[in-house]
Structures are given as C-alpha cells and as structure tokens.
Design a protein around this ligand. Structure first.
Ligand code: FMN
Length: 186
C-alpha cells in the first residue's frame, strides 16, 4: 500500500556530490559542495546555488571546475559544504594540493580523480541557476576503462537527502537501450 509522505521535502533521487572550485580576485582557491545539479545538455552542467563565496568568485572569473565526489574524498567533500571560503582557505585547511586548470581560470584539486573544467554560460542570482559549458574533463587514468570514466573504478558517491548521508554508487544491473528491447511490440 502506498502512503503519502507529508511535508515539502522532495523525493527526487539521486542528487550528486559536485565540488565546485573557483578562484577569488586574488587567485585564492575555494571549493564548495553542491548536491543540486545535473547534466543539462551534451557538454553542459546546471547547478542550483544560493549566495556563497563561490558565486561571488565565479561572478568575477567567469569560470569554475566541478570535481565528482568519491568514497576516498568524502570527508573533504563534506567539509567543503560546512565551511565557507569567506572565512578560511578551505583547501589549505583540508590539506588539499591543487593546480591551475589549463583550460579555465579555476583550480583543479588533486585529490579528485575526475574534474570538469567549465566556463559560465549563464548565471542568474535571482533564480540561483548556474549553467556551465564543460570545456574539458581531466580524469586520472586509474579510473578509466577504454578511455571512459568507469564508475566502478571511481567509487562515485551521491547525496542521500532523505537520510542526510553520502552513498556509494553500486553495480551495473543491465545494459541501457538494450534490456527493455525484448518487451517491444514486434
Ligand atoms: C551535502 C551538501 C550539499 C549541498 N548542496 C548545496 C547546493 O546544491 N546548493 C547550494 O547553494 N549549497 C549547497 N550546500 C551548501 C554549501 O556547500 C555551503 O553553504 C558552503 O559553505 C558554501 O561554500 P562557500 O561559502 O565557500 O562558497 C551543500 C552542502 C552540503 C554539506
């Protein structure tokens, strides 16, 4: 029997663990955790953001990176979501080494195996919608299979908003555009 879940909390899953890297006007790196986001086109990411040090930063630089949260980086990911770069240098505090993206004016944090390098395509402080053009992706070869990011090697995590937890992404259950073919009308 289905029951109605009370309250406003949405039941949309999964949410991601997207680590947004930016520089301030002095080249000081910052990173924040964002769960609300998605791929919105080929080569495009959309994130939903409140006002943060991060938004201040990319308003000036027009660029950001997005690192994918992993089991190995979960502590850093969470820290980036509970501290503000307006007060501390979070990367320094977390002991994160980083380097400049060669493609956009934003930092790449070395601990993360996969990082998207993005240019701001549009940003609306009123709605909080940030749309980024993904210019390039940097991936550690240890998480690749045949040149593609392999989620079983990456140990990707997602944000479980119902239980306030990070979960790992699990096994392949079937081939897409394939497992359903047998149910098609002949
Ligand atoms: C699990 C998690 C998910 C979050 N998702 C978002 C989000 O989608 N959008 C947002 O604006 N803030 C989100 N936050 C809050 C920011 O990460 C937080 O306010 C952070 O301190 C902002 O950093 P900054 O001030 O250095 O830019 C999230 C925090 C956590 C812990």
């Amino acid at each position: 029997m289905a029951v109605e879940i009370a309250g406003k909390k949405s039941t949309v899953a999964p949410l991601g663990v997207y680590i947004i890297g930016t520089f301030d006007e002095n080249g000081v790196p910052n990173a924040m955790n964002a769960a609300w986001g998605m791929q919105s086109d080929d080569g495009e990411i959309t994130l939903m953001l409140g006002k943060h040090k991060t938004t201040e930063n990319f308003e000036k630089t027009g660029a950001f990176t997005v690192a994918l949260g992993t089991e190995d980086t979960v502590e850093i990911c969470d820290y980036f979501g509970v501290e503000t770069g307006a007060k501390v240098n979070k990367l320094e505090q977390a002991g994160c080494a980083w380097h400049n993206s060669a493609r956009v004016n934003a930092p790449i944090i070395d601990a993360f195996p996969v990082t998207l390098e993005c240019r701001v395509r549009s940003w609306s402080p009123d709605t909080g919608y940030l749309i980024g053009e993904i210019v390039a992706t940097q991936a550690d070869e240890r998480v690749l299979t045949d040149g593609k990011v392999d989620l079983s090697k990456l140990k990707l995590i997602i944000f479980d908003s119902f239980f306030g937890a990070y979960r790992s992404v699990g096994n392949v259950v079937a081939k897409a555009f394939n497992v359903g073919l047998g149910l098609k009308k002949q």
